[in-house]
Design a protein around this ligand. Sequence first.
Ligand code: ASP
Length: 333
Amino acid sequence: MSSRRRFLQSSLMAAGAALLPAARALPASNGAKVVSTWDFGVPANREAWRILAAGGNALDAVEAGARWAETGQCNSTVGRCGYPDRDGFVTLDASIMKGDGSCGAVAALQDIDHPISVARKVMEKTPHVLLVGDGARQFAVAEGFEPRELRTPEAEKAWREWRETSRYAPEINAERRGVPGNKDNHDTIGMLALGADGRMAGACTTSGMAWKMHGRVGDSPIIGAGLYVDDQVGGATASGVGEEMLRNAASFLVVELMRQGHSPSDACHLAIERVVMKRPQASKTLQVCFLAMNNHGEVGAFALHQGFVYAVCDAQQQDTLLQAPAVYATSKT
Ligand code: ASP
């Protein structure tokens, strides 16, 4: 049976049931687990795993993992070494969410190298969910985060070179991976963790699309687009051209598909099909990737284009990197 037919069938079944499913008791956890997008997810997972393995909670774990991605590496797409926007400013987006619905986020944040921790402070210390731009920066400074220059000499050089053509052309990562000296012009670390207590949390942090318009905000800090977590079901996160996730409330969609009974992998596949259905032509030229984990610790992923890898870490496997299935085998732009 095609996954589309399975989807229709489960939708029809759901239509006969109560509109809002009753809250279910949380399952006894099969054990802690953390998953992350891309190859830098492997070392980031290790940081998160340190906390989970010591009996720590999922929220602390994803914050630690995301913090590593923000400053422990020098990557052109996340945190301190992120490529700037077209006016030369490095602006960062991040969100964090607990499975009980608590969440916080920052967007277009400048000069602060741990946006994920600022997002957590927004969640824990304000009545709001999302702070942006100057307001987010002021809040971060008031909370003790030290402002610093985020644009590295290498990022500045890349920006100056880009200005020679000023062509905004998001690249499909698959072609660029493994090319020596190559830097991706967009990616995100999206991380989902399941604690030994059965509770979940997620984090998502990025510098967004290189050379974006100043003020552009992607999916990563938008709850439901780049990240969504519900202890009753599971969590989902995204990477790729954020406008597609925003158009489709994509991470929420993946979680809701899991709520209807789909496996994480089918839910990601169906959400990718939705992206294709909405913009069939555009989807041939850009990358969209989903990663999901349900509250039993089952993991799935799917991408538009081949090349999306994700990292899985639990008591049995610490450094596993898996290739996600994709709609398109080729990645020509
Ligand atoms: N989703 C990010 C954004 O649109 C970029 C990426 O993950 O590739 O800002």
